[in-house]
Design a protein around this ligand. Structure first.
Ligand code: SAH
Ligand code: SF4
Ligand code: F3S
Length: 560
């Protein structure tokens, strides 16, 4: 499949060939990289502004003429993979591993010696980007391989590609998911239409270009690339847990968030390819699969005809985009994967509260292999703040959703995300968020101090006016309160029997194993004789709890 894709790419008509030799791809002779490597001047025809832009960013399109398939082979060259950011990044790196391996590159953990270092990066907050910049400097200064190629992939490759390319001494390759022109408006974002593959399939070519001495960039948006046909190389194979990306991108445009600009528009992978991957994992002995997407429950397979009308959104919740119709929704997908692998536990992340129709909750209630753990990112418990964030719901609507869910799933474990110190957040607004956390009682919350991001609506329209020390204090308050509530919930589990899926061995004491209960809380239990293997279920009795972990006694083997 990959090979076929390359061949398609190789015969495509490049801008260079149009400019220099007229466009007749079939009769053109193949050119290879000149001995002294491609120079920027090779790509540039004097004149137009567009062409001058190539002096800054030579496009991979421009280099197709010079490469032949042999140049793309790894031939045993080593690659070190470094991943930052969210679970989607881990999953994307598994796809990258698979692509590079198919081309003959070999994984290495020796960063200083590797021929290629690929960093999968995150832009969600300023701190996440700073970490990567620091790493880039360290990688170059510690490297003992003078021709080492460093590639930046992921969200930073989109957001700060110009800055990255300007650092020619640090970065050779920039490969993201989409080409975001500066500051697309909401309408531009929604109408975005740049056909072409996302760039990870292009990596072997980008490496070849970089090896030829030029910097290489591919940040093309795809409206449909989902990498459905690439079988990821799993990093967590030993734990028998896996992640499957089912959709990519986000159309929600929460005012604080850079993700729609770095990941592009929402697009879903065909249901069949997901169910096939589930079957493969089931046959390989996997026992937990987490379905992934930036907006996982907005999933909609538009290649399927059955129409799902109004039941796919919670009444009252608003969106900035026109309601989507047609295709198969997330509820149908969950039903199919749950049928395909009844002995596998399914989780999903990250969802949006608006996409939790009651049919979905009823399905989860009716299937033992759909975990009773839901992530319901609230972000704030204050109406004015929610409005400024563009979340599309009020505190009241959110709480009503929680009540409706608990009527159907009384023992559900809820988790959430909160932002501390968003633009204009008053002390009262902060108190409202604390009270929401107390009222709902989450078993875990991700809490982030607000970090203003370029391109977002908040950046254009709002002032980042909460002082950093106040953000830090509020961050601490939110964390303290969620932990107090989580402790109560976890203590209520003491004395109950739970089914744990063993994932691994405790680092502190090898006679202990750990796994998660259905509700997702990490549980440590003695397993000295290794009776329960990774990927096996065990019945345990919960004996102790803190706000993050449970301790238990092993009762015996179990099934779900
Ligand atoms: N699509 C998912 C996850 C998005 S990013 C969702 O909506 O839940 C994960 C979390 O990062 C968000 O839920 C939000 O809490 C946080 N986040 C996003 N942008 C942020 C910013 N600019 N500053 C601080 N936290 C942010
Ligand atoms: Fe960002 Fe909102 Fe989309 Fe989540 S739903 S990725 S927070 S824009
Ligand atoms: Fe970060 Fe991009 Fe994920 S910004 S959180 S890596 S979607």
């Amino acid at each position: 499949m990959l090979r076929q894709w390359w061949l398609r790419g190789a015969t495509a008509c490049s801008q260079f060939s149009r400019a220099h030799s007229g466009c007749n791809t079939s009769s053109k002779p193949k050119r290879s990289i000149p001995e002294d490597g491609l120079q920027l001047s090779d790509f540039i025809k004097e004149g137009t502004k567009k062409q001058r832009m190539k002096q800054i960013i030579p496009s991979i399109e421009d280099t197709k003429e010079y490469l032949n398939p042999e140049d793309l082979r790894g031939n045993g060259r080593t690659v070190c993979y470094v991943t930052y950011g969210c679970q989607m990044n881990v999953s994307d790196m598994e796809i990258v591993r698979s692509i590079m391996t198919q081309y003959g590159f070999v994984e290495s953990e020796k960063r200083e010696k590797a021929d290629v270092v690929l960093l999968m990066t995150c832009s969600i907050r300023d701190g996440a980007e700073k970490k990567v910049w620091n790493q880039l400097k360290l990688i170059r200064s510690n490297s003992v391989n003078k021709s080492q190629i460093v590639g930046v992939l992921g969200c930073m490759a989109e957001r700060v590609r110009h800055d990255l390319l300007a650092k020619r001494n640090l970065v050779n390759i920039v490969a993201g998911y989409c080409r975001c022109r500066p500051r697309p408006s909401l309408q531009e974002h929604l109408n975005f239409n740049f056909p072409g593959p996302d760039s990870y399939r292009d990596l072997p070519r980008l490496v070849a270009v970089a090896a030829g001495g030029s910097n290489a960039i591919n940040v093309q948006l795809s409206l449909d690339e989902t990498y459905a046909d690439v079988q990821p190389i799993r990093v967590d194979a030993a734990t028998k847990t896996a992640f499957i990306s089912i959709m990519r991108g986000c159309d929600n445009m929460c005012t604080y968030c850079v993700v729609p600009f770095t990941r592009g528009r929402e697009r879903s992978r065909p249901i069949e390819s997901i169910v096939d991957e589930v079957r493969r994992l089931r046959d390989d002995g996997y026992k937990q699969i987490t379905l992934l997407g930036q907006n996982v429950n907005s999933y909609r397979d538009l290649t399927m005809s059955p129409s799902t009308s109004s039941e796919d959104r919670v009444p009252g919740f608003k969106t900035v985009y026109k309601p989507k119709t047609g295709g198969l929704t997330f509820t149908s997908l969950l039903e199919q994967v749950s049928d395909a692998a009844p002995e596998v536990r399914f989780r999903f992340t990250s969802p949006h509260p608006k996409d939790f129709p009651m049919q979905l909750i009823e399905l989860i209630a009716s299937r033992p292999n759909l975990c009773k753990q839901l992530h319901l990112p609230a972000q704030s418990g204050d109406d004015d703040t929610l409005e400024r964030m563009g979340r599309g719901y009020t505190r009241d609507l959110y709480l009503r959703l929680v009540d409706d869910i608990r009527k159907i799933l009384p023992n559900v474990f809820l988790t959430s995300d909160f932002i501390a110190g968003f633009c204009g957040e008053t002390e009262q607004a902060h108190q409202n968020t604390l009270s929401l956390i107390r009222q709902v009682g989450y078993s875990f919350c991700f809490v982030f101090p607000y970090s203003m991001r370029g391109k977002t609506r908040a950046h254009h329209r709002l002032a980042d006016d909460v002082p950093e020390e106040v953000k830090a204090q509020r961050h601490l308050d939110l964390t303290t309160v969620f932990r107090e509530e989580a402790l109560k919930l976890n203590q209520a589990l003491v004395g109950t029997e739970q089914i744990v899926l063993r994932e691994g061995t405790s680092r502190r004491d090898a006679t202990y194993s750990y796994g998660r209960i259905d509700g997702g809380v990490k549980t440590v239990f003695p397993n000295p004789e290794d009776i329960v293997k990774p990927g096996q279920y065990a019945k345990v009795l919960i004996t102790e709890a803190n706000s993050q972990t449970l301790r238990a006694h092993l009762i015996g083997e179990a099934n779900i």
